[in-house]
Design a protein around this ligand. Structure first.
Ligand SMILES: [Zn+2]
Ligand SMILES: [Zn+2]
Length: 445
């Protein structure tokens, strides 16, 4: 036997075959940077195209087709039509290994874009949303939550990993879900329906990652070890009195001061009734007050609408019960009645897997060039929480404010001036690719 072969036989006999093959794997990914550099222009071009053609929740027909087409071009196995317009792409590596999932969202918001960008949206559509007052109106449509960036980054990761798919020890599962912003009135949709329709089965992911862009510093990550996003519930409260002349209020029951008392008393739930040493306080915001027709008529009723943010299932139940009790008892004190209704919500509180967070912190630092900021989570809500309740998950936020806007008032997400710095996409693709490879046991320098 020639000497090199003899050495090889010896190596195998010593049981080092596994480490030899692993070394070969790592070689395939040694050139990660050029692969990402090659994928970036495609990701940017796709984001611009999707940004120009935004679609509302559960109506993401063209977006979904476009994503499926790109996934097929990259050689992924594609499933469509999940939870209405959802798409799943599977990149099965040539070697056995874990399934790593990344979630991206398909939907845009009913906002008229005011960025002035060359690829700005001019799309208008019939409003779909969960507010009956808006139904049927024509509205501008805009990717104001950055979901176009999420789709582009997910496809960037797929392009990079598909380059050496034969060497990939595992499966990348890309989940493109509709209706993160909430399904239209009377419809279901979003993460919960995706899961119901099998998004986390066949194959079941070992972990799932969700990256959401924000108007923060481009390429800077923020995440939390445990609590990430809040539960969001919408309420409608109807306070009924008895209509009368404004000059003789004692002849009726005035619901206006009752509503005022209720609104102020609700604020004592966070400030006086919540144990702030255990959990962050809930947030109760009244966003709409409606009542009365004339200056000199005391109305029969006042209607309040608002949003409640809570940070755990227990706090959520507790706050809803306290709000109802507070409104009912205050109304009763004046001879009025109060009825508080909670509308079915799409968002429960979300949590990160702390061990997984610790695992990815150095990867985020490597991708971003700066250590990520750890915080206590956000009062923003995201239905990514539903996946995180099934599979170990990390939801992280990444700033994408264009550096040219530094020092100026930067428009936040959900505003008509929200902008994404194209160059920041590279940081997101870097981070997600490295996190995926890390889960598959491939070390990349
Ligand atoms: Zn949003
Ligand atoms: Zn969003």
């Amino acid at each position: 036997m020639p000497k090199p072969l003899k050495n090889l036989a010896l190596a195998i006999s010593l049981g080092t075959w596994a480490s030899l093959t692993q070394a070969a794997d790592a070689n395939s990914w040694r050139d990660l940077e050029p692969l990402i550099a090659r994928a970036l222009p495609n990701a940017i071009a796709l984001r611009h195209e999707i940004h120009r053609h935004p679609e509302l929740s559960n109506r993401e027909f063209h977006t979904s087709e476009r994503i499926a087409k790109r996934l097929r071009e990259l050689g992924l196995e594609v499933r469509t039509g999940i939870a209405h317009t959802g798409v799943i792409g599977l990149l099965k590596g040539g070697k056995p290994g874990p399934v790593v999932a990344i979630r991206a969202e398909l939907d845009a918001l009913p906002l008229t874009e005011a960025t002035g960008l060359t690829y700005a949206s001019t799309v208008r559509a019939d409003h779909v949303g969960n507010d009956f007052r808006q139904q049927g109106k024509q509205v501008g449509v805009m990717h104001a939550c950055g979901h176009d960036a999420h789709m582009a980054m997910a496809l960037g990761v797929a392009e990079v990993l598909a380059a050496h798919r034969d060497e990939l020890p595992g499966t990348l599962k890309l989940i493109f879900q509709p209706a993160e912003e909430g399904p239209p009135l009377g419809e279901r949709g979003g993460a919960a329906l995706m899961i119901e329709e099998g998004a986390l089965e066949n194959p079941k992911p070992a972990v799932i990652f969700g990256l959401h862009v924000t108007a923060g510093k481009a390429g800077a990550f923020t995440l939390s070890r445990n609590r990430t996003t809040a539960a969001a519930d919408t309420f409608v409260a109807r306070i009924r009195g008895r209509q009368t002349h404004a000059a003789f209020p004692w002849t009726g029951i005035d619901p206006v001061p009752v509503a005022a008392q209720v609104i102020l008393a609700w604020q004592t739930i966070p400030s006086r009734q919540s144990n702030l040493s255990v959990l962050p306080a809930p947030v109760i915001s009244v966003g709409r007050i409606e009542g009365g027709d004339r200056h000199n008529v005391i109305p029969a009723a006042v209607r309040l609408e608002g949003s409640i943010r809570t940070v755990s299932d227990e706090q959520r139940e507790d706050v809803l019960a306290r709000m109802r009790r507070t409104a009912e008892k205050i109304a009763e004190a004046s001879g009025a009645t109060a009825h508080v209704e909670y509308l079915p919500g799409n968002y429960r509180a979300g949590y990160n897997d702390s061990a997984l967070v610790d695992r990815i912190l150095p990867i985020l630092e490597r991708a971003s060039g700066a250590p990520p900021t750890l915080d206590n989570g956000t009062y923003g809500a995201d239905d990514f929480a539903e996946y995180a309740r099934q599979v170990p998950a990390v939801f992280m936020r990444m700033g994408v404010a264009p550096p040219a806007l530094a020092g100026k008032d930067v428009w936040p997400t959900h505003s008509p001036g929200f902008q994404v710095d194209d160059a920041a996409l590279v940081t997101g693709i870097q981070a997600l690719t490295r996190m995926t490879l890390d889960q598959m046991g491939v070390s990349v320098k």
